[in-house]
Design a protein around this ligand. Structure first.
Ligand SMILES: O=C[C@H](O)COP(=O)(O)O
Length: 250
C-alpha cells in the first residue's frame, strides 16, 4: 500500500503576527528551495495579503466574511481576497470559534461563500482538553464535520480539512503521531460512509505545535496529509524545514 496517496500540503497560519519584513524574508527563503512535492500556503494577517507576491507558494487568508459586500465594517469579502491572489481561506479555526463567537452555522456560511468564489476553504475542527479527557472526542469531532457536510454535501471534495486539537495549539503539547493518525483515519472513515471516493482523496492537515523536529513523523502517518502550522511558520528556517519534511515523504 503506498504510504501517501494524496499530495501533501503545509499551510503557515501567522495569526496576528508577522510584518512586511517577514513577508519579504519568507518569500525569498521559499524561492531558494526546491519544494516540488508539497503545496505550500502562507496565511499572513489580512493587511499583509496585499504585500505578497506568491512565488512557489499559494496565498491564504485567515478569515473571510460570509457576506458578499456592503455595510460590514472591518470585514473582507471573498471577491476582495480573490483580487489579492488569495487561493485558500482558513475557516472555523478554534480561535475564531472561541474568541469571535463563530458557531457551526457561521462556519458553514463562510465555507459556502469561499466555495462559491472558487476558493478553497481550509476547514478546522478540534476538541478541547475537557472533551478529550471525557473520552467522547470522536463524537464531538464528527458533529463539527457533520455540520459542514450538512451544509455543503459533496462539495466537501473542494475543501481541505484541518484537525487542530485545541489542547495542542500553541502549547508545545503536540498530539502524538498515533493520536493524530487515529483522528484523521476515523474522520476520513466517517466521511466515507456517505462520500467514499471523496473521503479517500480528501486532504486532512494536522495542526497544533507542529515544529521542525516533529513534522516528519507526524506527516509520515498514513492519513496525515501535512500541517497547518502556527508559531513555527513565523521562523523562515523552521517553516522551510517543515515544508521539506512534507516534500520528502516516501
Ligand atoms: O493554525 C494553526 C494552529 O492553531 C497551530 O498553531 P501552533 O502551531 O502555534 O500550535
Amino acid at each position: 500500500m503506498p504510504a501517501h496517496v494524496r499530495r501533501p500540503m503545509v499551510a503557515g497560519n501567522w495569526k496576528m503576527n508577522g510584518s512586511k519584513a517577514l513577508v519579504s524574508a519568507m518569500t525569498q527563503s521559499l524561492s531558494e528551495v526546491s519544494l516540488d512535492n508539497v503545496d505550500v500556503v502562507i496565511c499572513p494577517p489580512m493587511p499583509l495579503l496585499a504585500c505578497v507576491e506568491p512565488n512557489k507558494f499559494y496565498l491564504g487568508a485567515q478569515n473571510v466574511s460570509q457576506y458578499d459586500a456592503g455595510a460590514y465594517t472591518g470585514e473582507s469579502s471573498t471577491s476582495i481576497l480573490s483580487e489579492l491572489n488569495v487561493r485558500y481561506v482558513i475557516v472555523g479555526h478554534s480561535e475564531r470559534r472561541e474568541l469571535f463567537a463563530e458557531d457551526d452555522q457561521v462556519v458553514v456560511q463562510k465555507v459556502q461563500a469561499v466555495l462559491n468564489a472558487g476558493l478553497t476553504p481550509i476547514v478546522c475542527f478540534g476538541e478541547s482538553l475537557k472533551v478529550r479527557e471525557e473520552g467522547n472526542y470522536l463524537e464531538f469531532l464528527y458533529a463539527q464535520v457533520d455540520a459542514v457536510l450538512n451544509g455543503i454535501g459533496a462539495k466537501i471534495k473542494d475543501c481541505v480539512l484541518a484537525y487542530e486539537p485545541i489542547w495542542a495549539i500553541g502549547t508545545g503539547n503536540t498530539a502524538s503521531p498515533e493520536q493524530a493518525q487515529q483522528v484523521h483515519a476515523k474522520v476520513r472513515e466517517h466521511i466515507a460512509q456517505e462520500y467514499t471516493d471523496i473521503a479517500a482523496g480528501l486532504t486532512i492537515l494536522y495542526g497544533g505545535s507542529v515544529n521542525a523536529a516533529n513534522a516528519a513523523e507526524l506527516f509520515s502517518q498514513q492519513d496525515v496529509d501535512g500541517g497547518l502550522v502556527g508559531g513555527a511558520s513565523l521562523k523562515t528556517d523552521d517553516f522551510i524545514a517543515i515544508c521539506q519534511a512534507a516534500n520528502n515523504l516516501d
